[in-house]
Design a protein. Structure first.
Length: 421
C-alpha cells in the first residue's frame, strides 16, 4: 500500500508492506469556495457584531501574519482594501505591519512572499520587532498579570484591523481574532508572560473559554482596541471554504464552531505508529512550526510508540534562542531539558525544547527533514534519510504494530480519543 504526505512544496511517498493497514486522521474533506473573492466581499460588507467602518481622513493599520502562516492574503485583502477606498481612506494613510511576534523578522525583500507586488508598491509595509523597546507602548497589565507592550505604529492608527485564519492551536485553543495583533505585535515581555500559561491544564488544543492563555490574549486585544477582523477557514489543501469578518469577538464566536466541525476528528484508540506531516509549506518551514503538528499527532500515539515526522524545515530550528539553548545543555537527554526548563525563567524560544521533549520522551520520534543528522540529534530527535527508510526501521522496531495512523495535515487536525461504550 502506498502512502503520501505533504513535505515542503512537494510530497513524500512510501510503500507499506503487505499485511499492514493505515488509518488517515485528517480534517473533513471540504471543497474550496468557487469564488473566494465574492465570499470575502460578502463577509467584509456584511460584518458580524457592532462595528463601524473607517472614515475619510483616518489612518488605518492592518496586522498581517508572517511567512510561517498560510493566510490567503491574495483573496482576503483586495475586497478589504476596496472597502477602505470606498470609505475615503487614502492609500498613503494605510500601513501594513507584519506580525512576527518573536519569530525572526522578515526582510523587505521577502514581503512579496506574503503580499502582492501591487500592495507592496502601493502601501507602506513594516515588520514588527518585539525587541525594539522604542517602538512599543505600554497599555497596563491584564488581570493575569501580563504586561502589555504593543507596537506603537499600530496603536497610533485611528482604525486597527487584523487578518488571519481560524485554526487549531496547541495551547491557545484556536488561532484567529485578535491574536495576530495581541501576540504578533507585542513585545517580548508580553509574549513570554502569556506563553508561560501554556503549562496550565486548560491551555490546550481546542479549548477557548476556560483557556487562560487565550483569554489573556482576548483581554490584550480589548486593551489595544481592534476595530475589525477578517479571518478565513481553510480546508486541508489550505484553500478558503469560509470567511468571517467584523468585530473580533463576534468573528471567534462564529468561527470556532465551524472550525471544530471541520478540524475535529474522532480516534478510537492511540496508534502504535504515527506518520505525521505538519501539512507542508509553510507549516514545516522550520522545526519551531513543525513541532505543532508533532504535538497534535502525539495526542493519539501510544506511550512507548513511534512517530515519523515528515517536515522539510528548510529554515532549520526557526529560533536562535531554542537552538542555542539546546546546544548548551549539560547533558543530551529529555530529562536535562525538563530540569533546566523548570529551573530557569520561562522564555519563548526555549519553550520549544520543552514541547518537543514532552512528547519525544514518551514516543520515539524520527524526523525526515532537510537538516543535517547531527543537528537533528542535537535537538533530541532521530534523523532519517527518507520516508521509506523511516517506515522500514519503524516496523522493524515495532514488529507487531497493529494501529498505524497517518496525519497529513497534523497542524490543522484536532484528534480526539473516543472509545465507544
Amino acid at each position: 500500500m502506498q502512502l503520501k504526505v505533504p513535505y515542503g512544496e512537494r510530497s513524500l511517498t512510501a510503500e507499506l508492506p503487505a499485511g499492514y493497514s493505515i488509518e488517515y486522521v485528517m480534517p473533513k474533506a471540504h471543497p474550496p469556495a468557487e469564488e473566494p473573492a465574492a465570499l470575502v466581499r460578502e463577509a467584509v460588507y456584511h460584518p458580524l457584531g457592532a462595528v463601524k467602518p473607517p472614515r475619510a481622513g483616518q489612518t488605518v493599520a492592518i496586522a498581517i501574519n508572517d511567512k510561517t502562516r498560510p493566510v490567503p492574503h491574495e483573496h482576503l485583502l483586495p475586497p478589504l482594501l476596496q472597502g477602505m477606498r470606498h470609505a475615503g481612506v487614502r492609500d498613503e494613510d494605510l500601513l501594513f505591519i507584519i506580525a512576527t511576534g518573536l519569530h525572526p523578522r522578515m526582510a523587505p525583500a521577502e514581503y512579496e512572499s506574503i503580499l502582492s507586488a501591487e500592495i507592496v508598491n502601493t502601501y507602506r509595509v513594516a515588520c514588527h520587532d518585539a525587541g525594539d523597546q522604542a517602538n512599543l507602548a505600554y497599555l497596563g497589565n491584564t488581570v493575569r498579570g501580563t504586561p502589555v507592550h504593543i507596537n506603537s505604529d499600530y496603536l497610533a492608527a485611528d482604525y486597527r484591523v487584523v487578518i488571519g485564519n481560524i485554526e487549531p492551536h496547541q495551547f491557545q485553543g484556536f488561532s484567529g481574532g485578535v491574536k495576530s495583533a495581541a501576540i504578533g505585535l507585542a513585545g517580548a515581555e508580553t509574549i513570554n508572560h502569556n506563553h508561560a500559561m501554556m503549562r496550565d491544564e486548560n491551555a490546550r488544543l481546542g479549548e477557548f473559554e476556560a483557556n487562560p492563555a487565550r483569554q489573556d490574549v482576548e483581554e490584550i486585544g480589548r486593551l489595544i482596541g481592534i476595530d475589525f477582523a477578517v479571518n478565513a477557514l481553510l480546508n486541508h489543501e489550505k484553500r478558503i471554504i469560509k470567511v468571517f469578518a467584523g468585530d473580533p469577538a463576534a468573528v471567534m464566536r462564529a468561527g470556532i464552531p465551524e472550525a471544530r466541525t471541520l478540524y475535529q476528528v474522532p480516534v478510537k484508540a492511540p496508534f502504535d505508529l504515527m506518520i505525521a506531516s505538519p501539512g507542508g509549506h509553510p507549516k514545516d518551514i522550520n522545526i519551531y512550526q513543525a513541532q505543532k503538528g508533532m504535538a497534535q499527532a502525539a495526542a493519539v500515539t501510544k506511550e512507548g510508540g513511534l512517530m515519523i515526522l515528515c517536515a522539510a524545515c528548510p529554515e532549520g530550528s526557526g529560533s536562535q534562542d531554542y537552538e542555542s539553548w539546546m546546544m548548551n545543555l549539560p547533558m543530551r537527554s529529555h530529562e536535562a531539558v525538563f530540569e533546566r526548563f523548570e529551573r530557569e525563567a520561562f522564555q519563548v524560544g526555549r519553550h520549544k525544547a520543552f514541547q518537543v521533549s514532552r512528547d519525544a520522551s514518551r514516543i520515539h520520534t524520527m524526523l525526515v527533514s532537510e537538516q543535517r543528522a547531527d543537528f537533528v540529534r542535537a535537538l533530541l530527535l532521530h534523523p532519517q534519510p527518507d520516508l521509506q527508510t523511516a517506515i522500514d526501521r519503524a516496523l522493524a522496531m515495532l514488529p507487531h504494530a497493529e494501529g498505524i495512523g497517518v496525519m497529513p495535515a497534523a497542524n490543522a487536525t484536532m484528534p480526539v480519543l473516543f472509545r465507544a461504550s
